[in-house]
Write a new protein. Structure first.
Length: 274
């Protein structure tokens, strides 16, 4: 359970960070004054996301513990996870864990479901309004507009997948919190199995969706996977494909870096400073 909450936290804060990046790209006053983001800044943001997610999942370690029960079918003693804090904890920590257990359902729903969805929707609405206003006052490059549109669609797609896959778990948490005394153990186990399936589906489909929607990233991934086959293709086609993929990667890298928006930089200025 702690690792599951950590995973949800990383996804939540990553979606929020991507929303901030899109908002910052749309509201930047001067594109020429926005250099490529330094590698240290990117590492610091990733550290905040991961350390914050792991810190918020610490109460889950104290809340869950292993228990033993005899299976009614096979009669074998099995271990399973139960949401019951250990009585060996210090009194102050035990009271805090109990408070977290009582508020866990709404904290889970608000932080790991409502926060990323509302944050992404708000940033997208503000970004689209600013972009619509700018389009009326100045003319932008077609390739740049397509790139921005692809990035926004990618973030929206990731948010939709996240919302659809976490909705069953939040519904089950609410149902279990208010109706658990009237539900059998088999029903609770079935709900937990459904939650595990949707979590697995979300983790599996997210990278595939990202590679499909973000075409330059998908092309770069395919180039890395198929680098051994480059010698089989003609040299001209390889050079043209390489130049085209460099230009696309350059234009799409604003999802991670702040790059100029008015005109793309030279083809040699690829990647981060590190």
């Amino acid at each position: 359970p702690s690792l599951q909450v950590s995973s949800l936290g990383v996804t939540t804060f990553s979606l929020c960070a991507l929303g901030i990046d899109r908002f910052h790209a749309a509201t930047s006053p001067q594109a020429s004054a926005r250099p490529i983001e330094q590698c240290q800044s990117i590492i610091a943001k990733l550290a905040v996301i991961w350390v914050g997610s792991m810190t918020l999942s610490v109460p889950e370690i104290l809340l869950w513990q292993l228990a033993q029960d005899t299976s009614p079918v096979s009669g074998v003693v099995t271990e399973y996870c139960t949401m019951k804090p250990s009585s060996n904890l210090p009194e102050s920590v035990y009271s805090l864990v109990l408070t977290y257990q009582n508020a866990r359902m709404w904290w889970y729903f608000g932080c790991y479901f409502c926060l990323p969805i509302l944050f992404t929707v708000s940033c997208q609405l503000v970004t689209r309004r600013i972009s619509g206003t700018e389009k009326k006052t100045e003319c932008r490059g077609t390739k740049h507009s397509q790139c921005e549109s692809h990035l926004n669609c990618t973030i929206i797609g990731l948010t939709i997948i996240y919302g659809l896959c976490t909705t069953p778990e939040n519904v089950c948490n609410i149902v279990v919190a208010y109706m658990s005394p009237d539900m059998s153990k088999q029903t609770l186990d079935l709900l937990n199995l459904i939650n595990q399936f949707f979590l697995f589906f979300k983790c599996s489909v997210t990278p595939v969706l990202l590679l499909c929607l973000c075409r330059p990233l998908g092309q770069a991934f395919m180039d890395c996977c198929c680098c051994c086959c480059e010698g089989c293709s003609p040299a001209t086609a390889s050079s043209e494909g390489s130049a085209d993929s460099k230009l696309k990667t350059e234009m799409s890298s604003s999802i991670f870096f702040d790059k100029p928006r008015e005109s793309p930089p030279p083809l040699l200025a690829l990647g981060t400073p590190c």
